[in-house]
Design a binder for this molecule. Structure first.
Ligand code: ADP
Ligand code: K
Ligand code: ZN
Length: 433
């Protein structure tokens, strides 16, 4: 079902016209209400009158996470605090937290966006959702929570942690859908298998995962282990939270909620806009946000966009999976690599569990990469020659994909730390030297 047919299936020209109108109004608002943006626009000699169509967006200044930090806590808010009804903070994966503020209308729009996502995943008012993202400052928990209610489905506000109780409630309450990070989903699936409750006694059928990068191979792994149909949901707190984009039944990229968020792809080096199809940094302008509207926010997330028609009938632009964040990119002996590339390779080999850790170091001025990976039960062996053979095969595959030699450390099942939220995939010891 398509929750908001007029907005999700709008003709491209009509959408662009709507975005242009909203962009003009947005720029007027921030020009008058946010001194930070007025100053930036004055420096660039742009006024709201120069911004009439969606193509004019390129005349506007970028916003970065550093701008949010420099204006911490409320400097980018565009309404008085009397109109802010909620605060969230980003989880600070890459540094000190940043604060975001929402008006009543922002929250209503957010819930409606999530209802669109959940409908695209095939869920409806008959579903019972376990929301297992963290509740609190993180946008995942409360964001999904109110979206599920808006859909009219039933929400179990689980939050993360307490996995044993979680499994009992998913079972007893007959949860049909679950939403959390993909890494927690894996952890939970393993714990469900160990709990001794027969798989048929669970009613779970839909899994909605996001908040960190994950690969197609990871999707298959979770689907098999948990017995759900798994969908990708994307978002970031600065822009709104989860629900900025979502997959549909076609699973061929994630539709962006374009009537509220105007996407661009830029070259992270030259900052020039790139055409559809090319990979670069994703940038969003929040067309309707009141509390903390942002012009051309640089997400650091690397992906590509397409406006090719989708068989589901939605016309909104789709984004590819996030390859990684530009800050996650490791440069090892001059070679650029993303943890997701290692994940793909590991999961293509049946001998490995989807649990891995990259340890980067610098020894005698030379970068080193160690890949720690869990060997699946049944493949782990005390026979040294078997393990050496396995290590060599993985090393060879990684070498051909990454163009880099990695040291492989095979570890026993369940020895790498599990995550209830966003997984930590990299330990970069070079920072300490
Ligand atoms: P932080 O930047 O502190 O982690 P957020 O909790 O807002 O703050 O996280 C947003 C980021 O999480 C995004 O910019 C993106 O890097 C990542 N993310 C969110 N959803 C997905 C997804 N479905 N796939 C890949 N990455 C995602
Ligand atoms: K208030
Ligand atoms: Zn679609």
């Amino acid at each position: 079902m398509i929750w908001n047919q007029p907005k999700e299936c709008m003709g491209r020209e009509q959408m662009r016209a709507l975005q242009g109108e909203r962009l003009h109004k947005l720029v007027e608002r921030v020009y008058h209400n946010t001194p930070f943006y007025r100053r930036k626009m004055q420096e660039m000699d742009v006024t709201p009158d120069d911004i009439r169509t969606v193509d004019d967006v390129v005349k506007l200044p970028f916003t970065t996470k550093q701008d949010l930090r420099d204006n911490y806590p409320y400097g980018l808010f565009a309404v008085p605090m009397s109109q802010i009804v909620r605060l969230h903070a980003s989880s600070g994966t890459t540094g000190s937290p940043t604060v975001v503020g929402y008006t009543r209308r922002d929250l209503a729009i957010w819930s409606e966006m999530i209802a669109r996502c959940l409908s695209a995943f095939g869920t409806d008012c008959n579903d019972i959702f376990s929301v297992a993202y963290g509740y609190g400052l993180f946008t995942g928990g409360l964001g999904l929570h109110y979206g599920v209610e808006h859909l009219g489905a039933t929400v179990i506000p689980m939050s993360s942690g307490n996995t044993a109780k979680h499994i009992k409630l998913i079972h007893d309450f007959g949860a049909t859908a679950i939403t959390c990070t993909p890494s927690y989903a894996l952890y939970l699936a393993e714990a469900m298998a160990q709990a001794g409750i027969p798989r048929e006694e669970f009613r779970l059928k839909t899994g909605i995962f996001g908040a960190e990068p994950w690969t197609e191979n990871m999707r298959r792994e979770i689907e098999t282990k948990m017995g759900v149909n798994a969908y990708n949901i994307y978002g970031l707190s600065e822009v709104m939270g989860p629900g900025v984009s979502h997959e549909c039944a076609c699973k061929n990229g994630s539709h962006i909620i374009e009537d509220h968020f105007l996407p661009e792809i830029i070259s992270p080096d030259t900052l020039e806009p790139l055409p559809y199809g090319e990979q670069g940094e994703l940038v969003f302008t929040t067309l309707t946000k009141e509390g903390m509207p942002l012009l051309r926010y640089r997400t650091k997330d690397l992906c590509s966009l397409t406006d090719e028609p989708c068989p589901c009938g939605r016309t909104n632009v789709r984004m590819s999976r996030i390859v990684g964040r530009s800050d996650d990119m490791l440069i090892i002996r001059g070679v650029n690599i993303f943890p997701s590339q290692v994940e793909s390779v590991i999961l293509e080999m049946e001998e490995f569990e989807p649990h891995y850790l990259l340890v980067v170091d610098r020894v005698q001025n030379l970068d080193s990469l160690e890949v720690q990976v869990e060997v699946r039960d049944g493949f782990y062996s005390d026979e040294v020659s078997k393990m050496i053979g396995l290590r060599q095969r993985l090393a060879a595959r990684l070498h051909s994909v990454l163009g880099l030699k990695a040291d492989i450390k095979l570890v026993e099942p369940s020895s790498i730390e599990r995550s209830e939220g966003k997984a930590r995939r990299v330990i970069d010891k070079r920072i300490l030297h």
